[in-house]
Write a protein that binds this ligand. Structure first.
Ligand SMILES: [Fe+2]
Ligand SMILES: [Fe+2]
Length: 292
């Protein structure tokens, strides 16, 4: 079986469509507010969401989408479908990425067997998560393929160095999952929807373990090799920036509960993040400037 697959080689059935990954935007050191809105709409939106935004121009338009939604709002059902579909896709790509990590490095004699075991354990979990989110998508009235897929998550999980691989997949992809899940649990509790908050809480417990794999292995594999560690940390900064989604995410301090997708500090600490790691992620975004 082939090793080191590129994102374009991921296979899907006819229900799925794809949007290109906005790599230039994700890697930019400076972005404008318009670029952030436009890119996020392309990544997350379908016609229904776009229409809702156009209708909402008077009350805020695009910025209206990038805020925390409450269950009693008219737009809540469509936000929820977007969210569940996005996570469902993310779980599939996490499964594919962890599967690649388990298989790609089997020729590497220096890699402890436990690495492959951890990645295999992750695959086992992710298959369950795909099933759970497929059911949750049904639960909120959504359908597979209703929104376009982009391979943004998998894109950063393709490094040929296993230490970088776990940074991309486990620290960054799975770390973002913790933030999204934390927000979805909050939403489910506000909506008094037990199916949502209990299921997501159950999945989040697995994700903490997956993020921990990233924290532990990226350090263990570079322990006696300062040059390699430097390279891995540089890669980590790059991916942290991409996963800041144009600097949209911020840290949650209790006072800014309206902020779009705050970092899940409690979950991240359970997964081995130090205060310094959290500050790195919170500060990783590009400079966001007003339109030119
Ligand atoms: Fe997962
Ligand atoms: Fe995971």
């Amino acid at each position: 079986m082939k090793k080191f697959m590129v994102p374009d080689e991921l296979q899907r059935d006819e229900r799925f469509t794809r949007t290109a990954v906005p790599l230039d935007f994700l890697m930019a050191e400076e972005v404008t507010v318009e670029q952030v809105e436009e890119t996020m709409m392309n990544l997350l939106g379908n016609d229904e969401v776009r229409k809702m935004m156009e209708d909402g121009q008077a009350t805020g338009g695009a910025p209206n989408v990038f805020r925390r939604v409450r269950p009693d709002e008219d737009d809540a059902p469509v936000f929820l479908k977007t969210q569940m579909h996005g996570i469902f896709i993310g779980e599939m790509q996490a499964l594919e990425a962890a599967g690649r990590s388990a298989w790609d490095f089997t020729d590497d004699d220096e890699l402890p067997w436990k690495f492959q075991l951890d990645m295999a354990r992750q695959c086992w979990d992710e298959t369950r998560h795909v099933e759970i989110y497929s059911a949750l998508l049904d639960h909120v009235g959504g359908e597979i393929g209703e929104f376009s897929e982009n391979l943004f998550l998998f894109e950063f999980g393709c490094s040929n160095d296993p230490a970088e691989r776990v940074v991309g997949v486990n620290r960054c992809l799975e770390g973002l999952a913790l933030d999204v899940f934390n927000d979805t649990i909050r939403f489910g509790k506000q909506a008094d929807d037990e199916a949502i908050w209990r299921s997501v809480d159950y999945v989040a417990a697995d994700e903490v373990t997956h993020v921990r794999f990233g924290q532990v292995w990226s350090k263990a594999l570079t322990e006696n090799d300062p040059d390699r560690r430097k390279k891995v940390v540089a890669f980590q900064r790059k991916v942290d920036r991409a996963f800041s989604l144009g600097g949209l995410r911020g840290s949650y301090d209790g006072a800014n509960t309206e902020q779009f997708l705050p970092l899940a500090i409690e979950f991240r600490k359970l997964a081995g993040f130090t205060d310094e790691d959290i500050a790195d992620v919170a500060g990783a975004g590009p400079k966001v400037v007003a339109s030119k």
